[in-house]
Structures are given as structure tokens and as C-alpha cells.
Design a protein around this ligand. Structure first.
Ligand SMILES: [Zn+2]
Length: 499
């Protein structure tokens, strides 16, 4: 059963240990009197924004980088992709990745021009990163090509941030592990990936160093998933964490309590009734597969007609292939369905459009169809062509099912602007714009608090990252208020000694 996030906190009685979870400063001080182990943590990204996740952890003489993300969205952040990396990549020993989204892995090809260590992540993250990085490199090369051809860059020649060859080199450095495997970097320094429930292969990174009988444990949430989402497991509960780095994308919001599948059925049926086409911008990795799963379930329950579903993104097709190859990463329910012989990502009339001609032919589809295309925030990809064609048509519908970052076309559209710029033209918005937040792969603040409530003691310090400023501030306040924990919102470049 879906729990009601709005009620979980007041519903937990003190006898269940609620009070014990509050920070008890006295106990912490006594336990931490002898300082023998320490780490230095530097925030190189995802501060004040949801992109560019990069954290440097120095421990036992090693420099570890957790995530190597691309900055996206606002220009002030995107420009950081072009600046020299704050620490020379040659001086970093290892990279650990929480998951394969671009804002967590997308800087790797540039970074690896001067990095020669290994990149560790789960096997599914490695498979998905291959798709994501090669696609990103193609886009970078294409952007530079058009900038040179049309002369709209002030740089002569305009160079790509990185190339396909850079991405291939970065991929050659990957050395994946399974969830739960002990990765010993020294006899006393151990790293472990645990399921974060955000996308396939996503991980919490748990890093532990031991010295003189004292253990110091740091955990990175990466992007934290949600309870009861299809295909994915719930986020793994962590315990005995000394320092926690937690994301706050939805730090000031709650997801709609209506199940997103129910909302999806409504949008599909209304789109059919209007006699138009439903276009869904969806991230190729994760969201598209979750959507296919939901559409199949709705078809099977007879809640929507079995419409043609066009998955128009080569990247989404490849990512779907990774899902089908890595079924061991599914939650129990999805594995049971597969064991029963169901293909959980196939609707009755699904069509995967790999080549450009198939994609273009979709413009001729006038009614009773669903087009799923990337990117999810309409920052690039084939979705641009579909929206250019569909937005001026009042009978069509555009449905957003993911987070829309500041500065993206997706954000412009969900904010109800009358026009949006695509391919240099202002396109009028006449189509119906819908937003379902419940498909989000990020925990909302109540779900994040629910995860924190499960810790068996407060971390010495909790760092809030990966949120726009209001979201981070709001989550920090809620954690202080509900749990009394010591919470910090770090600034870009800030270093903290953990001991
Ligand atoms: Zn993510």
C-alpha cells in the first residue's frame, strides 16, 4: 500500500523511538572525544543548483571524487563546465559514481583527458553511462559544428566540450562492482554501493575508514529515490553514519498524493477525447521505462485504450535494452512479473523509432497516439521537433512527468508562458500542458525525512546539496525542526574536516 506522506511524521508515536532519533549532543561528544581518523570533504558542485554533482573526499592519503557531473540549466552554471577542474584530475586517485544521469556523470569525458585512475559504479550504471556519455559527446560535437557553420559562437573555431573519442576513453576506465560488494582501497578504507532506488543501478555511496579502533563513516545519498515506485527498489536504509551528504531537489515540495498512474490515465483519456496526440518529453534513461511500465499496467487493467506508443529516442531504446539485460536490479514485484513471462516494458502497440525517417513520419500522426521522446526537460533531442510541430495545435497535449530545472524550455512551458523558443523561433503554445509530479525519481521532503528517521542515530553533520537555494534551505529547516540534527548547506568550493 502507498503510505500517505503527509501523515507519516505526526503518526509516529514517541514510543516508536521518535525521540531517540533526535540529536543528543551529550552522547555524541562523549563518543567522539578521541580524534584519530579524519577526512576532508570539498564541495565542487551541486551547491545552490541541482546539477554538476562533484564532491572531493580526501582520506588516508587518497583523493576520491564522488560523481563527476555536468552543469546544466542556467548559463552561470554551464560556464563552469568550461573552467579548469578545481583540482587537477591527475591528482585524483579514483572516481565513484552514484548513477548514470548526466548531472552526475556528464563531465567525465572532459575530466578523463587528464585522469588515469579507475571509475567505479554499479554494472547497470556503467551500461547506462555508456549510452548517456556517447549521446552527450555527439551533442557536444553537433553544437560545435553548427556554431562554426552558422558563426553564432564568439569562439573561432568553436570547440566541443568533449568528443566521442573522449567519451570512449572515459568509458575504458570504468571498473564496475555489484551492490553490497566491499571495495577495499586500503586495509582500512572500504567503499560500498547500496541501492538508492532513483534509477536502475543508482547508488548510495558508503565510505568507511577505521583507525585505532575508531570508525568514521561518510555516506552520499546521490539522488534519493522514492517508496513503492515500479521496477525500482525502495532506497536502502543506512545506519551508523557519521557524516551524510543528502540531496534536496524536492526539499520544499511534496509529490501529489494522487497515484501518478491514475493521473496518467486521466491525461491519456482526455487526450483521446480531444482528438489529438499526447506528447511526453521523458528522460531516456529511467523515466521512459517507468512510463512504459505504467502504460502497460493501465492497458492491462482496461483503464486506457491500447494506443500506438511511439518511443522516439535511440537513447531510450538503448536504455530499455539495458533494463532488459539487468533484471537482477528490479524490485521483487517486477521480477515476479518477468518470471511469470510478462515483458514489463512492452505496451500492446509500442513502436521503437530508431531512425530519423521513422521519427519524421510521426508528424503525420493526427490523433489517438502517444509519442514519448527525449530530452525530458526539452533541452535537446528529437522532442524539439515534436514540440515545434505540436505546441501550436490546441487538440494536442504535452505532458511533463519529471523535474524541470531553471533555465530549461520545460520550465518555461510548465510555468505557462505563451511562447517558447525552439530552433531560434518563438513557437506559440496552444496545446494543453500537463504536469504529473508523482513520477519523479526524487524523494520529496517527507520521503527524505522518512528515510532519515530510519537512521539509528543522528549523523554528526548532515550536508544538504543538489537543490535550488529555497529547496535546500527548506529541507535543512525541516531536518532541524523534526530531528534536531546539525545541518549545513555548503557553498561552492567549501571544505569541511570530518572527524
Ligand atoms: Zn538523477
Amino acid at each position: 500500500m502507498r503510505f500517505a506522506p503527509q501523515t507519516i511524521l505526526p503518526a509516529v508515536p514517541a514510543a516508536f523511538g521518535w525521540e531517540e532519533l533526535r540529536a543528543d549532543k551529550g552522547v555524541s561528544c562523549i563518543m567522539r572525544a578521541r580524534v584519530e581518523v579524519s577526512m576532508e570533504l570539498t564541495f565542487l558542485g551541486a551547491t545552490g543548483t541541482v546539477t554538476g554533482s562533484r564532491f572531493l573526499l580526501e582520506v588516508e592519503g587518497k583523493r576520491l571524487l564522488v560523481d563527476c557531473g555536468l552543469y546544466q540549466g542556467l548559463k552561470q552554471y554551464r560556464l563552469r563546465n568550461w573552467e579548469p577542474f578545481p583540482v587537477s584530475p591527475e591528482r585524483i586517485d579514483l572516481v565513484f559514481l552514484t548513477h548514470a544521469h548526466l548531472d552526475h556523470v556528464g563531465y567525465l569525458p572532459r575530466f578523463c583527458r587528464s585522469f588515469s585512475g579507475k571509475i567505479h559504479c554499479t554494472h547497470a550504471t556503467r551500461d547506462l553511462a555508456e549510452i548517456v556519455l556517447l549521446d552527450s559527446a555527439h551533442l557536444q560535437e553537433e553544437d560545435a559544428y553548427w556554431a562554426n557553420k552558422k558563426g553564432y559562437s564568439k569562439h573561432r573555431p568553436a570547440l566541443p566540450l568533449y568528443t566521442v573519442a573522449d567519451a570512449e576513453h572515459a568509458l575504458s576506465l570504468f571498473a564496475p562492482f555489484h551492490y553490497g560488494e566491499d571495495i577495499f582501497l586500503t586495509k582500512t578504507l572500504r567503499v560500498k554501493f547500496k541501492d538508492a532506488g532513483h534509477i536502475l543501478g543508482s547508488s548510495l555511496v558508503d565510505i568507511k575508514t577505521t583507525k585505532g579502533g575508531r570508525t568514521l563513516r561518510v555516506a552520499f545519498s546521490g539522488d534519493l529515490g522514492r517508496p513503492d515506485r515500479p521496477i525500482l527498489r525502495d532506497p536502502t536504509q543506512l545506519y551508523e553514519v557519521d557524516y551524510l551528504i543528502v540531496e534536496s531537489t524536492y526539499g520544499n515540495r511534496l509529490h501529489d498524493s494522487t497515484p501518478p498512474e491514475q493521473e496518467l490515465a486521466r491525461v491519456v483519456n482526455e487526450s483521446v477525447a480531444r482528438g489529438g496526440v499526447l506528447v511526453i518529453p521523458a528522460a531516456a534513461v529511467g523515466r521512459t521505462q517507468e512510463l512504459l511500465y505504467a502504460l502497460r499496467e493501465l492497458e492491462e487493467r482496461g483503464e486506457i485504450p491500447a494506443l500506438p506508443v511511439y518511443v522516439d529516442s535511440p537513447m531510450a531504446i538503448d536504455a530499455t535494452g539495458v533494463f532488459e539485460k539487468r533484471k537482477g536490479y528490479y524490485d521483487l514485484k517486477a521480477k515476479v512479473l518477468e518470471l511469470e513471462g510478462k515483458r514489463i516494458l512492452q505496451t500492446k502497440r509500442v513502436r521503437f523509432c530508431r531512425n530519423r525517417d521513422e521519427s519524421k513520419s510521426l508528424n503525420a500522426v493526427a490523433r489517438e497516439a502517444i509519442i514519448v521522446s527525449a530530452s525530458g526537460m526539452v533541452t535537446g533531442g528529437r522532442i524539439l521537433h515534436h514540440l515545434e510541430h505540436r505546441l501550436p495545435r490546441p487538440q494536442d497535449t504535452v505532458l511533463f512527468i519529471g523535474y524541470q530545472a531553471e533555465g530549461t524550455r520545460g520550465r518555461t512551458l510548465v510555468e505557462g508562458e505563451p511562447t517558447v523558443k525552439i530552433h531560434g523561433q518563438e513557437v506559440p503554445v496552444k496545446a494543453h500542458i500537463e504536469l504529473i509530479s508523482g513520477f519523479s525519481a526524487h524523494a520529496d521532503y517527507q520521503e527524505t525525512l522518512a528515510w532519515l528517521v530510519g537512521f539509528n542515530r543522528p549523523p554528526l553533520k548532515t550536508f544538504i546539496v543538489h537543490g535550488e537555494p529555497e529547496a535546500a534551505a527548506s529541507l535543512a529547516e525541516k531536518i532541524r525542526e523534526k530531528l534536531g540534527w546539525d545541518v549545513v548547506i555548503p557553498m561552492f568550493g567549501e571544505t569541511h574536516t570530518l572527524e
